[in-house]
Design a protein around this ligand. Structure first.
Ligand SMILES: Cc1ncc(COP(=O)(O)O)c(C=O)c1O
Length: 379
């Protein structure tokens, strides 16, 4: 008898999503920046203490907007980790930037703040720290380096919605931050994102870039009597119908956080003896940071051990997965003559990391089943 599939990810719905979508449809106002979008933006501005939050069609588009705000020009260099999703790099590549990859730390899997300075040249324009799995990068040091060298800091906080570094919310610490509300994230709108703008000089331009390069937002606020083409930009505003789904999710943030925390605690309790035996390390959360438990990963001692665990879990119908193929070693980077670099920690983490199913719908029985396959494989 084959056992039922345990999914790697599954969005959790509060039930209020459908009610809000019905209201949105009934209002007849389905384009962007209507009632639900405004409520989502105000919710995040107040919860995160952010100056300005703009909903976007994805985190990818929020990052693209950030690259435009940084005024990236061909030849400018942008520093980021290679252990990230393609959008972190593509957003800046689209503006002609050269991407300079820096190695990560072997505890948080975030960009190693001590290696950033040596990657800076006269052409460097921005640093893009990625808060992997919702654990914060060392933002104090990164901001200090950026300040000393006159660089922008754009936080890729796709996975780090509603998490803190030294009592500040992630996304609110650099010049701007980007969130994702993709189906695979903690709070979902199917597709969606937000740009958090912390640099006050960027707010007006961000609204223009997001509205296809027009001053439509100023027109709607009654600040100009007609709207026109004033800058470059694109279509980054999501439908209010998706914002309706998102609002229900944002209002359930504490419930979703609690469910994920409880699952992470159960994994930790069950797997602690195996960590103590040195088979793997479970996620490390620095004492001055919080986690939204976006992921639960095992950093295995060797690639062979990771692959054996992955096989055992998959054979047992459990959707455990590995993570990023480092961008610097991707076919695209090789074909396009990216900086040749060796990033030993990145490569090791990519080879040794295993991600277990993690979503609020995971039951105790499923967690038990996942852990027992891991225990049995290591006996
Ligand atoms: C670190 C990181 N950046 C950016 C993105 C892109 O997010 P979206 O799918 O909302 O464009 C993701 C999505 O997985 C991500 O994990």
């Amino acid at each position: 008898m084959t056992s039922e599939v345990i999914k790697f990810n599954q969005p959790w719905l509060s039930g209020q999503e459908l009610e809000y979508v019905k209201q949105s449809l009934a209002s007849g106002q389905l384009s962007g920046d209507k009632t639900f979008s405004k409520k989502c933006q105000s919710f995040m501005e107040s919860r995160f203490g952010a100056q300005k939050v703009l909903l976007t069609t994805s985190c990818t588009s929020a990052l693209e907007m950030a690259a435009l705000l940084c005024d990236i020009k061909p030849g400018d260099e942008v520093i980021m980790p290679s252990f990230t999703f393609v959008s972190t790099a593509n957003a800046f590549l689209l503006r002609g930037a050269k991407i300079k990859f820096v190695d990560i730390r072997n505890d948080t899997f975030n960009i190693d703040e001590n290696l950033i300075e040596q990657a800076i040249t006269s052409k460097t324009k921005a640093i893009v720290p990625v808060h992997y799995a919702s654990i914060a990068c060392e933002m104090d040091q990164i901001n200090k380096i950026a300040k000393n060298h006159g660089l922008y800091v754009i936080e890729d906080a796709a996975q780090a919605v509603d998490t803190q570094y030294k009592n500040k919310y992630m996304g609110t610490i650099g010049d701007a931050g980007a969130f994702s509300f993709h189906d695979t994230k903690n709070f979902v709108a199917g597709e969606g994102g937000a740009l958090i703008i912390n640099n006050p000089e960027w707010i007006e331009r961000a609204e223009i870039i997001r509205e296809k390069g027009t001053n439509r937002s100023q027109f709607i606020k009654g600040q100009v009597d007609k709207y026109t083409w004033v800058d470059t930009g694109s279509s980054y505003v999501p439908s209010d119908m998706l914002a309706a789904v998102l609002l229900a999710q944002l209002e359930s943030m504490d419930i979703i956080n609690d469910k994920r925390q409880s699952i992470a605690d159960k994994y930790r309790d069950n797997l602690q003896p195996l960590e103590d035996n040195g088979f793997f390390k479970m996620p490390m959360i620095p004492s001055d940071c919080t986690s939204n438990n976006h992921m639960f990963s095992l950093y295995c001692q060797t690639p062979e051990l990771r692959n054996a665990l992955l096989d055992a879990l998959n054979v047992a119908n459990i959707q455990a997965v590995f993570h990023y193929i480092p961008l610097h070693s991707s076919p695209f980077a090789k074909e396009n003559g990216f900086y040749e670099c060796s990033l030993p920690v990145t490569e090791n983490v990519s080879d040794c990391l295993l991600r277990l199913p993690m979503h609020p719908c995971l039951s105790d029985i499923e967690i038990e089943r996942i852990c027992s396959v891991i225990h049995q494989s290591l006996m």
